[in-house]
Design a binder for this molecule. Structure first.
Ligand SMILES: [Zn+2]
Ligand SMILES: [Zn+2]
Length: 158
């Protein structure tokens, strides 16, 4: 025998008691007066520990303290930390790679600078010989001519 906790009706089975609670108009009226909502569709589940709650208030209280939820969040944080560690490792590798690339580029620039220096030296020697030749040939050359001549040669060369 089962007694309805709201209206004290006596039912033979648990199934019929549940059916009574959901369907008996007089019982539902008492439930409403006591401000209790019986509606199996409204049952809320804690997504972490699967506990069931009929009242949203109880659910809200539970969700703050649910151990499973805390465990879940803790492992999430651990995962986040692992992800960050991996990201850091990747960045370190990338940094190393970039450093190598930079070293290679610096080598190339150094080589190019050496080549430019050699070219400038060759050009200067050529100009010295050329101006000496002009002097020997008796050609008057002032500083402006020398400068424009150097400039033309450099332009031509570059
Ligand atoms: Zn009842
Ligand atoms: Zn829970």
């Amino acid at each position: 025998m089962f007694t309805c906790e709201y209206c004290n009706s006596i039912l033979k089975t648990l199934g019929s008691l549940n059916y009574h609670k959901k369907t008996s108009k007089s019982c539902i009226k008492i439930q409403k007066e006591k401000n209790i909502i019986i509606n199996t569709e409204v049952v809320m589940n804690c997504e972490y520990c699967k506990k069931e709650f009929i009242k949203k208030f109880n659910y809200n209280c539970h969700i703050v303290t649910c151990k499973e939820k805390q465990k879940n969040e803790f492992s999430k944080k651990l995962n986040d930390i692992e992800d960050l560690k991996k990201e850091l490792e990747d960045l370190k590798k990338r940094n190393l790679q970039l450093q190598k690339e930079l070293e290679e580029k610096e080598k190339i620039i150094k080589k190019r600078d050496t080549a430019i220096n050699l070219k400038n030296k060759a050009l200067a020697t050529f100009l010295r010989i050329y101006f000496n030749y002009l002097k020997i040939m008796g050609t008057e050359i002032n500083i402006e001519t020398q400068l424009s001549c150097s400039k033309r040669l450099i332009d031509f060369d570059g």
